[in-house]
Design a protein. Structure first.
Lengths: 402, 382
């Protein structure tokens, strides 16, 4: 069984979080990834502490499946090497910024004369047009511009960001889609093309339901609208943590039993609790309002006890998990999504493996992340450069070895 | 100009957000997406708010589709469904594990009718394990996947993202990723296949770069307000006018430019802050110095200075400011869509721009069952 992208080669000029996440995923699907790094390395190699050995944990998590060539793309001979690699490859993935690849002789118009079937995917921060097109991006900056911080924290207080690197990693998934779509089109119709994605575009796309909801809703209500004004949500407090839950199914007898066992006798006749809790829990209309009543009921119960109780009454419930609890949970273990990689210098480390399971195609971790320039010699030898030439290029700092 | 998925048909049996948004993206890539609903309609119809009586989620998650109603518990309709499946390339569903099998449309049945079909099984927590039977909606996954534990003010408990759709749509995008891979593989093998994905794995994958810290140290990363563990300075700063500006110095070349923008030359030449790892280690000393500097002038001043120096920065934007910001308009990231049923709407732009092969245009979907006759007639199934 081979991977969906087995046999395809990607020349990867990207750095940081976004592009590398994309190429890593394409590598899990079997593509060969030639990672071109500056002589002092992808800047995510400096994103730490924490480090594992000499490598940043962040870099290690995003760069498996790749061969590394250290190369200065600002030198004409470096540019020529990239052009030669792209000529023999299927895909170019770059995040140099709108217009920058052109300045280096690596623009799509140049490259497609060398390789008419090339699929070229460009990643930018804010989009390729507009007054901000040349401004580089950063995770928090994209979240702030895309209205994300307004769905966290409190109005008037210091902004809160999503801890998860959504601008970077969600965009990486769209880039992975774009590359695969481009290859699909090429295999069917014989032509390559250029495609672009942006971090701002990603974050705004994913919030689309809100833009539509805000256009002309019949009533200003519902979680697509009222989360600007709602206070921070920590779920439902219990004796030893927090849970999130929803109820909406049941029969009257069970419902009475549930409320009585929680000491919530008054709620039996409270219209907000009608419909077996549909409006009084989860995303229901009165959920925020009646939360303190539930919390009073849960005060002497642990997370586990609350979850078990809600399940008994056909509701959905989970505890709020932190990472230590999550990774010792049998469900996460059953998914087999945490995998261990053995790195030549950093040693063994854990990470999240491919998320898709195919019945006929293989998705798997192919190789550990490379050290800087680990494959420089190998890649250039394959390109037909002699050992003498390679040495000269190293001396002149066009390329770097490992 | 035909779209990338021209000639590809999707049998879309999805509900709510995860499944429908995936097939919406396939529709935007040019596939012919047939949304199949039971007569009573799917879940999203009851989620508020509505626009002119139709739930916004139903409108938003179902662009670029045609809508038909089939009662799959009825013999005649089920036979039609199987004929439609024969003419389809992709079968998407996101019901609880076991549900589609009980409807008689599990992979074993569907792949017999059409061996080239790509069958998507998307669940909340997985098809195996103690939680396999549980349904999941976005906030449940936020709580369970650890995603809340790294978000919030520095002193507080982890909090939820109050927009309850991000993990849903993340899963949708990973479904599309996998479907495109399966289509590519099918060109080589001629065969379809089954692909499985769950929201929980998607949520973990999205946290890869933050989980890296946990796996390296065995310590839970703490919520840090607008800041983050591994890059400094990368947070929001309060300015003289009490407005905040978000700044990120994420690559080494940006640090001297940041110092120039803030006229903090001695900071720049201080070896304790010369590299990112040193700034991370010495953040307690560095951040107050930067905060003081930002307090000296209003946010608008700093935005000019930082942008001139090409340092990533942004004001904290909301929809009113964002909607007609030239960057958003010129890149078509939020666009206007004319619809027959709901008037003119502001909607999400497409997440990719293909220069040669057209993606889109974005087209509104319809009402439940609106295209039943049209589709069945077109496919000779009426």
């Amino acid at each position: 069984m081979s991977g969906a992208l087995s046999g395809f080669t990607i020349v990867d000029l990207t750095q940081g979080l976004c592009g590398p996440f994309a190429s890593m995923r394409l590598g899990d699907a079997g593509a060969e990834i030639l990672k071109i790094e500056p002589l002092d390395g992808d800047f995510s190699r400096a994103m730490g502490p924490p480090f594992i050995g000499d490598e940043s944990a962040v870099f290690l998590s995003l760069n498996r499946n790749k061969q590394s060539i250290a190369l200065d793309i600002h030198k004409p001979e470096g540019q020529e090497i990239v052009r030669r690699l792209v000529t023999k490859a299927d895909v170019l993935l770059e995040d140099l910024g709108p217009g920058e690849a052109e300045k280096l002789g690596l623009g799509y118009e140049t490259l497609r004369t060398l390789n008419p079937k090339l699929v070229s995917c460009a990643i930018s921060a804010f989009g390729e047009d507009g007054p901000l097109r040349n401004l580089p991006g950063a995770e928090l900056v994209m979240q702030a511009m895309a209205d994300y911080t307004n769905s966290l924290g409190r109005i008037g207080e210091s902004p809160v960001r999503l801890g998860t690197d959504v601008a970077s990693l969600n965009t990486g998934v769209f880039a992975s889609q774009a590359v695969t779509a481009g290859l699909f089109h090429r295999v069917r119709k014989g032509e390559g093309q250029r495609v672009s994605v942006s971090m701002l575009g990603t974050l705004l796309h994913m919030r689309g339901i809100m833009w539509t909801a805000m256009t002309d809703p019949d009533d200003w209500y519902g979680f697509h609208l009222d989360h600007y004004i709602k206070p921070p949500d920590h779920g439902y407090k219990t004796k030893d943590g927090h849970v999130y839950f929803g109820l909406r199914r049941g029969n009257s007898e069970d419902w009475d039993r549930l409320l009585i066992s929680l000491g919530m006798v008054e709620s039996l006749s409270d219209p907000r609790f009608a419909g077996f809790g549909r409006d009084a829990t989860s995303i229901g209309r009165y959920a925020a309002e009646v939360k303190p009543i539930w919390e009073q009921g849960f005060k002497e119960m642990t997370n586990e006890e609350v979850v078990r109780l809600i399940h008994e009454f056909n509701g959905d419930a989970v505890p709020f998990m932190d990472y230590p609890a999550l990774f010792s949970h049998p469900q996460v273990q059953a998914l087999n999504v945490v995998q261990e990689i053995d790195h030549p210098t950093a040693g063994k480390f854990k990470t999240i493996g491919p998320v898709w399971r195919f019945s006929d195609t293989l998705a798997k971790i192919q190789s550990p992340p490379p050290t800087l320039g680990q494959h420089t010699d190998e890649i250039l030898n394959r390109l037909g450069l002699s050992t003498v030439e390679v040495q000269r290029l190293k001396t002149e700092k066009v390329i770097g070895g490992s | 100009m035909a779209g990338i998925l021209d000639g590809i048909r999707v049998f879309d049996l999805t509900i709510a957000a995860v499944g429908p948004w995936a097939s919406k993206l396939l529709g935007e890539l040019g596939a012919d997406v047939i949304k199949v609903e039971a007569p009573e309609g799917e879940l999203s119809h009851v989620i508020p708010p509505p626009i002119k009586g139709t739930a916004v989620l139903y409108i938003s998650a179902n662009f670029n589709k045609r809508h038909i109603v089939l009662d799959l518990k009825n013999e005649g309709d089920r036979a039609i469904a199987l004929k439609l499946i024969e003419k389809s390339d992709i079968f998407v569903q996101n019901m609880r594990p076991g549900a589609v099998e009980r409807l008689g449309l599990g992979y074993d049945v569907v792949s017999q009718v059409n061996p080239r079909i790509i069958f998507v099984a998307a669940s909340a927590y997985g098809r195996v394990g103690p939680m396999a039977k549980e349904a999941g909606i976005d906030p449940l996954l936020q709580a369970f996947s650890g995603w809340c534990s790294i978000t919030g003010p520095a002193s507080g408990d982890g909090e939820m993202f109050r927009h309850l759709a991000h993990l849903d749509i993340t899963t949708s995008t990973m479904i599309v990723e996998a479907v495109l891979q399966a289509l590519l593989a099918r060109e080589r093998t001629g065969k379809g296949q089954k692909l499985e994905i769950e929201m929980l794995a998607g949520a973990l994958s999205l946290q890869t770069s933050r989980l890296a810290e946990y796996f390296a140290t065995n310590e839970q990363p703490k919520p840090m307000g607008s800041a983050v563990t591994t890059t400094v300075p990368h947070q929001a700063f309060r300015c003289e006018d009490h407005q905040y500006i978000a700044v990120g110095v994420v690559s080494e070349d940006q640090w001297p430019r940041f110092c120039r923008a803030l006229k903090l030359d001695d900071l720049c030449s201080n070896p304790r802050f010369a590299t990112n790892p040193q700034r991370v280690k010495n953040r307690a000393e560095l951040i107050p110095l930067i905060e003081t500097r930002f307090h000296a002038k209003p946010a608008a001043w700093w935005a000019i200075r930082l942008t001139k120096e090409q340092v990533p920065n942004s004001r904290i934007m909301d929809f009113a400011v964002l909607r007609y910001h030239p960057q958003v308009v010129q890149n078509q990231q939020i666009v206007e869509l004319q619809t027959p049923h709901w008037g003119t709407l502001n909607v999400d732009g497409m997440p990719w721009k293909f220069e040669k092969t057209l993606a889109g245009p974005i087209r509104p979907g319809g009402l439940k069952g609106e295209h039943t006759d049209e589709v069945l007639r077109e496919l000779g199934l009426l």
